[in-house]
Design a protein around this ligand. Structure first.
Ligand code: OGA
Ligand code: MN
Length: 275
């Protein structure tokens, strides 16, 4: 197995491994690499839906996504798709999956199933590198803060997606979500400090209104995205990406209008987060 960094501070490409048949020691090395680099990319994989599920179970539990359509044969798999005649995509803004859950998902395993002829890349940004690069006064300002996260404004019947041509394909419009997490968490395995707010699901700091919270949130969001803490993946048939939702944000490019794109996602269960 070989590992090559995708960018100085984010992402690793792992070659020389067959994910569907990897050994326990390879699995261990893959997990460690994802905890550190935030995302790992694997090329030329033969990875059926059954392989996808079996591999996910080796990590631990699977979190069923409440919003995306599930494949009929495999309810563990969420379908992340955009039809040729739809203009809005899923995940088309910087976010991290499921931060609105009490115990947010550890990560996601995304498999390319149908790709546009070009475009449709995914970007990740490393929140450990983002935290490290914050100016000291900003680090001091967020020390000990907690923030409230929810997905209601995105998925509910009057939410963001409902106003678009993506709305009718989503489920779970009557759900209510909400969780409070520290603004800076420690990675449960590496112990590294990570900035844990994101502009899709973080609403306000605990003890402050949305309005009072926005200026500081915006400063954090602006500081969190720098060219050298990001990496970008150009998908090909057979590409699989696995990312750590605590360590990274991600963003799905929506630059392939008129073409279809379909991905399969399994969301991996996480553990309680702490500062
Ligand atoms: C997701 C997501 C990114 C993509 O599945 O959580 O944001 O590129 N997808 O499809
Ligand atoms: Mn996502």
């Amino acid at each position: 197995m070989e590992m090559k960094a995708m960018a100085p501070n984010c992402g690793v490409e792992i070659s020389g491994v067959d994910l569907a048949h990897c050994s326990d020691s390879e699995m261990q090395a893959i997990k460690q690499a994802i905890y550190e680099h935030g995302v790992a990319v694997f090329r030329d994989q033969e990875f059926s839906p059954e392989d996808h599920i079996a591999f996910a179970k080796r990590w631990g539990g699977i979190d069923i996504n409440n919003y995306f359509p599930l494949t009929e044969q495999h309810p563990e798999i969420a379908v992340v798709k955009k039809e040729a005649d739809q203009s809005t995509n899923i995940g088309g803004a910087w976010h991290t999956d499921h931060s609105y859950d009490q115990i947010p998902a550890m990560g996601s395993i995304l498999v390319a199933r149908d790709l546009p002829p070009s475009g449709g890349d995914t970007e990740w940004a490393h929140m450990g590198a983002a935290y490290d690069a914050l100016p000291d006064d900003l680090k001091a300002e967020i020390e000990g803060l907690e923030a409230f996260h929810t997905a209601d404004h995105v998925y509910k019947a009057d939410g963001l997606y409902a106003q678009t041509d993506m709305g009718s394909s989503l489920r779970g419009q009557d759900l209510k979500t909400g969780a409070i997490h520290p603004v800076v968490i420690r990675h449960p395995h590496t112990g590294r400090k990570l900035l844990y707010v994101n502009s899709a699901f973080t609403i306000h700091f605990v003890g402050k209104t949305r309005e009072e919270s926005l200026p500081l949130l915006q400063r954090l969001y602006d500081a969190a995205l720098t060219a050298d803490n990001q990496c970008r993946l150009q998908w090909k048939p057979g590409t699989v990406a696995i990312w750590d939702n605590r360590t990274t944000w991600h963003n799905a490019m929506n630059d392939y209008q008129g073409y279809r794109r379909e991905m399969h996602r399994i969301t991996l269960s996480g553990e309680a987060l702490a500062a």
